[in-house]
Ligand binder design. Structure first.
Ligand code: FKS
Ligand code: ZN
Length: 679
């Protein structure tokens, strides 16, 4: 059912190190690997993974990306004297050589290929390779930035060649720009490369003009290279999540990869001396989770950077635990993206709007673009002169990520008799608690004496309570009347301990807005009924022309609207309601179910109408954590839907900061958050 997670590691890759004094390279130490691996062992995560042996990459593998001359040159390094190694090192940038690094580099690339093989052959669902040396800076004929062979670039070519897949997505969340990967696939539309990186208007290493947002790819590959430059340090969880929701995910879903490779560097986490960013290690649980429903779940994470050993091992554990399917922790401190991040977001979306239909209505480039840059630079220099004292990254402290406990029961179903319970799920019924029963009778069943309904509703209430205690992860109920069941759960949750409930309603269920404006619930309702009006901050009708039957429009609404809203709202329970005749395809429904499980520690309760028996299987499988099937390459959504969604987003962004995609100053017009993106 739920296939496993591969872990690739070989101690041999710790057996090279810097042999001379070099302040630039001294952070790249063997302990990066040992500490990460030990943490996985200590937490029991390594045991839960499938250990896949590492192999050496062959010459043919390496030549998929590198030149023969370069490979031959690297081959001579094991026989070099110290002086010769130092001299060879000097021919390349920010890297060091050691007699054993060639061997390790072959293992690092080979481990990555073994991981790709395990995932592509279906031996495992996903996996992570802990490797050294890293790869994303190395180029066709040059080592660079601690990297010798470009592990992930080789893997992308290898996967295409060996398995005949058409599209590969590379997500580079390392804090440095993987220029080696960019150069390798710049003109290739079959490999979509996404990277965010510390840039500071080209002041930060590798200081390339090519790392800016306007390097979008060349020729046929135009639009398939996405750079998000961070022009300030200190980027946080909100900044990372906004870029995922408003750039990477919409494009990735439109692209529809057959395989996802992650350049998984963790120098983008708090405490890292290189990155100086402030995202918490548990953000990687979310970044990972958000990618796990692409490509049918085929995801390979390959270690790149990460130099604060504590932050590094915590982040590695968060990533692997998520790959294993454990629910993600509730994301902390989502206080909205900072102005600088919004400026970057704005520029990237503008630079790519001509290539991706999901960005068709994004705002144009800020007109003051170039001059803004100069002003920003001047400001920055000014600040340096006045010598503002800031905490150094190494002094940064942060709480250890909370232990993530998978509930003893993953998925519980409340089903009428005669409907079979899918494998892996637990059929749930409660011994009726008289207090609950009485309450239900009073509130909902005053004029009927329907004992079936009573049983169902009391089971639902009990189920919600068990989720609250984390005895059950998530659940599904087939009910006679979704509207009534929904009201019942909401009322119960409001009086019980649940602090906030996110209600996502697909199709036309009757929803009373009574009691939904106090912030205890946030209702997002997808339908085709234009009549529905927005009622305050907490009741958001999303009207799509063809309801939910247009997959592109629906996906766009989920990624760019629902996810950011959900993240910012941070519910303790998600109630997902599927009204009859929603028009939603099983595939899109599974994507929705899967994605929403990043919220509320995975506590989702799905309500469906009795008639929708056929949907129980697919829903249960998504609740169990099986990746949703790919939706295929998405066509352009209906123009009126794109416009309606954009208008809705603009109207809501005063209240919901994660919906913003432009900075206040560069939004244009008098009202910065309204109307600037609609022509
Ligand atoms: C500025 C000097 C930076 C080199 C940084 C190399 C970063 C390597 C990496 C990788 F993933 F490849 F390991 N010098 N202070 O983290 O991107
Ligand atoms: Zn890095």
């Amino acid at each position: 059912m739920k296939m496993g997670t591969a872990l690739l590691y070989d101690e041999e890759m710790t057996k090279y190190k810097l042999l001379w004094v070099d302040p630039v390279c001294k952070i790249e130490v063997p302990e990066r690997l040992t500490v990460s691996h030990e943490a996985l062992v200590k937490t029991g995560l390594a045991d839960r993974c499938i250990a896949v042996p590492v192999r050496e990459a062959t010459d043919a593998d390496i030549l998929l990306v590198h030149s023969e001359e370069y490979l031959e040159a690297v081959k001579t390094t094991p026989y070099m004297t110290l002086e010769e190694l130092m001299e060879f090192t000097l021919q390349h940038g920010d890297v060091y050589f050691h007699p054993n690094i060639y061997h390790c580099a072959k293992l690092a690339a080979g481990a990555t290929l073994q991981l790709v093989d395990s995932v592509m052959t279906g031996k495992v669902r996903n996996g992570m390779a802990l490797v050294r040396p890293p790869g994303h800076h190395s180029m066709r004929s040059a080592a660079n930035g601690f990297c010798v062979f470009n592990n992930v670039a080789i893997a992308a070519r290898y996967a295409k060649q060996k398995y005949g897949i058409k599209r590969v997505l590379i997500v580079d969340w390392d804090v440095h720009h993987g220029q080696g990967v960019q150069y390798c696939f710049e003109d290739d539309p079959s490999v979509l490369y996404f990277s965010w990186h510390r840039y500071e208007h080209q002041k930060f290493w590798p200081q390339l003009r090519d790392s800016d947002y306007d390097s979008v790819g060349k020729e046929k590959g135009a639009g398939f290279n996405i750079n998000v430059p961070w022009n300030k340090v200190g980027m946080k969880n909100s900044d990372y999540l906004s870029v995922f929701c408003h750039v990477l995910l919409p494009i990735a879903y439109e692209f529809s990869p057959d395989l996802v490779l992650v350049c998984a560097g963790f120098d983008s986490a708090i405490g890292d001396p290189e990155g100086e960013m402030r995202a918490s290690p548990d953000i990687f649980a979310h970044l990972t989770h958000l990618l796990m429903n692409l490509a049918g779940g085929k995801l390979c994470a390959v270690l790149e950077g990460g130099y604060n050993l504590t932050s590094l091992h915590q982040s590695v554990c968060q990533t692997v635990q998520t790959l294993l399917g454990d629910p993600a922790p509730r994301p902390a401190n989502l206080d909205g993206p900072c102005t600088s991040a919004l400026e970057s977001l704005h520029c990237v979306r503008a630079a790519h709007k001509q290539y991706w239909s999901c960005l068709k209505h994004a705002a144009e480039l800020p007109t003051s673009d170039v001059s803004t840059k100069c002003i920003k630079l001047a400001e920055e220099e000014e600040k340096q002169k006045t010598g503002e004292v800031e905490k150094s990254a190494e002094e940064e402290t942060w709480p250890e990520p909370p232990k993530r406990l998978a509930p003893p029961v993953s998925t519980a179903l409340v089903l009428p008799e005669g409907v079979a319970c899918p494998d892996g799920c637990k059929r749930f019924s409660s011994s009726e608690d008289p207090v609950i029963v009485n309450k239900l009778r009073e509130k909902f069943l005053t004029d009927s004496d329907d004992s079936d309904a009573l049983t169902t509703l009391s089971s639902l209430t009990a189920l919600v309570e068990k989720m609250e205690k984390n005895e059950i992860g998530n659940g599904l109920a087939l009910v006679r009347d979704v509207s009534m069941a929904m009201m019942c759960v909401v009322q119960h949750a409001a009086t019980a301990h649940h602090d906030r409930v996110l209600i996502v309603c697909v199709g036309d269920a009757v929803v009373s807005s009574q009691g939904t404006d106090d912030g205890k619930t946030l209702l997002v309702q997808f339908s085709n009924k234009e009549s529905e009006e927005q009622k305050g901050k907490f009741h958001i009708p999303v009207c799509l022309k063809k309801g939910c039957s247009d997959v592109s429009g629906f996906t766009q609404a989920v990624l760019g609207l629902l996810l950011p809203l959900g993240y910012e709202y941070d519910p303790s329970l998600v109630l997902l309601v599927r009204a009859p005749g929603s028009g939603l395809s099983d595939g899109a429904w599974q994507q929705l179910t899967g994605l929403l499980q990043g919220l509320a520690q995975g506590h989702t309760l799905v309500l469906m109408q009795e008639g929708e028996k056929a949907c129980v299987g697919p829903t249960a499988s998504s609740l169990l954590g099986v990746a949703a099937p790919p939706l295929g390459k998405l066509h352009a959504p209906l123009p009126e839907d794109v416009e309606a969604l954009e208008r809705l987003r603009l109207g809501l962004q005063a209240d919901w900061k994660l919906l913003r995609t432009t900075a206040p100053e560069t939004g244009g017009g008098e009202a910065p958050f309204f109307g600037s993106e609609i022509s």
